[in-house]
Design a protein around this ligand. Sequence first.
Ligand code: MLT
Length: 395
Amino acid sequence: MKLNEHFSSLERSYLFSQIAREVDDYQSAHPSAEVIRLGIGDVTRPLAEAVVKAFADAVYEQGQAATFHGYGPEQGYAFLREAIAAHYATFQVQLSADDIFISDGAKSDVGNILDLFGPGNTALIPDPVYPVYRDTNQMAGNRIRYLDAGRHNGFLPLPDGRPADLIYLCSPNNPTGAVYRREQLKQWVDYARDLGAIILFDAAYEAFLQDEYLPHSIYEIEGARECAIEFCSFSKTAGFTGTRCGYTVVPRELERGGFSLHDMWFRRQSTKFNGVSYPVQRAAAAVFSPQGETQCRASIEVYRQNAAIICEALRGCGIWHVGGENAPYIWMQCPGGLSSWEFFRLLLNRAGVVGTPGSGFGKNGEGYFRLTAFGDTEKTQQAMERIADVIGRIS
Ligand code: MLT
């Protein structure tokens, strides 16, 4: 028996599992402590009313012989793929419903996409980064070259001339909240086309963009259809972290070595995945209905206000930070020269507040800390008062 020896190169736990364990230990030792969680980017607002109605109606359809649905179409129902294509048209991207594959979320697809590429590829991965890109490439035994992100480049690394097969980009960025401008993404698209590389573009936070000049999709850039796959999700846009639905765009014309990546992904998904349930797909389609859009926007507005509360409190403490304007994450410098995990434990123990240590996202995250705006507003306000108090005692 051979095991996948690449697992030995991974950190012992997935970042958010380690955090959950430390928080559970703290809560068991301090049962009456009221812990406020601004760590993992999990939403707190309930599903929109229009979404719940579509979800419930579809569940009732499943209970009637005349409207019952068994296995769905392999790429997902046309009603949902067409609604997604129409959403892309609002930022002038023309997709065909056939370019879109429905899934249970962006995280799974970002990992599963590596089935399309042989072993030993070179992946360019920003540092700091959403740990899934790094961990899945380590599991696959790929070579990783890190793209240094830091204050010197606004946490938005650009092509540096090194060869690569796969290029991971996330904008608006998790964990830093930084957002690529069009001309910067154009540099990446040109670079990928020159190299014959594929860009794996994570657009999970596109709904948080406020500045109309910032790109929502890599396909807003000319030439991207020939070199990019895009992942997106209803998790953060519409509160689906517990409901599960996302999608991946693999354009028809995307080919390498005479193989259609679209056909390969279809083959992969139809072999290893049986689709997202009919009620969940109906619920997801309702996100794009006029009421659904208005109601989902209202929740995003609440998260934006939370981000503003976080940023204002940090400004008041004189703490350097970015993000929060076009993204639900705020990336802050740890006070008093503390390391990321030192600050994490200090906040947990002295303030009962959970954040995410920046070093969990890569070596360039050391000395930084991520806060999420996905909490409840009152608790976010309370958390920031407690954080300000802790910071005040350090400095
Ligand atoms: C995060 O906190 O980085 C996200 O919630 C992770 C995810 O979306 O999987």
